[in-house]
Ligand binder design. Structure first.
Ligand code: ADP
Length: 172
């Protein structure tokens, strides 16, 4: 059965899923936004694990345990900074989603929550970023047979409305 895609408005650190995605930066050493919230909730062992990873390029992802989070894993995905749209941002953002789904599949993740990567401090316009998120996840699902549920975790009501419209249009 194909995985269920849905959008919710929530603090991602509270979700009872197998893995949550972090919108990280290339250092993997913490930042503001969802990254700060995940590190605060997971505790200092997460930072220790991230230090050992030695960074991650833009468009790629790394996995750690979830430590004090309800989620068993954190998948740290590095989205692009928005520079106007002509600097490969769309391809880098799509790559981020493909890489994080490949890691989820490799670790037999059944339920996954993903924040709106790059659309906070990194400035990616929400409508474009959400379109890439939904279409890339849908395209990659056949390769992730154990994935039952993907939750697009939105922080604002406006972001939630964008995702809900896209999911309705895609018949998800
Ligand atoms: P980026 O640097 O990739 O833009 P941000 O963390 O600044 O990452 O923002 C990404 C998205 O995560 C934004 O929509 C932001 O509102 C949202 N966000 C911030 N904190 C949380 C949280 N605790 N749970 C879910 N989403 C969050």
């Amino acid at each position: 059965m194909p995985a269920l895609l849905r959008a919710v408005r929530a603090d991602i650190t509270t979700l009872q899923v197998d893995a949550v995605v972090n919108a990280a930066n290339t250092s993997l050493l913490g930042g503001g936004g969802v990254d700060g919230a995940i590190h605060r909730a997971a505790g200092p062992d997460l930072m220790q694990a991230c230090r050992l990873l030695g960074g991650c390029p833009t468009g790629d992802a790394r996995i750690t345990r979830g430590y004090r989070l309800p989620a068993r894993y954190v998948i740290h995905a590095v989205g692009p900074v928005w520079r106007g749209g002509c600097s490969g941002e769309a391809e880098l953002l799509a790559s981020c989603y493909r890489r994080l789904l490949a890691l989820a599949a490799a670790h037999e993740v059944g339920s996954l929550a993903i924040p709106s990567i790059s659309t906070g401090i990194y400035g990616y316009p929400i409508a474009q970023a959400a379109g890439i998120a939904v279409s890339t996840v849908q395209a990659a699902l056949p390769a992730a047979a154990l994935l039952r549920e993907v939750i697009f975790c939105c922080f604002s009501a406006g972001d939630l409305a964008v995702y809900e419209n896209l999911l309705a249009d895609n018949g998800a």
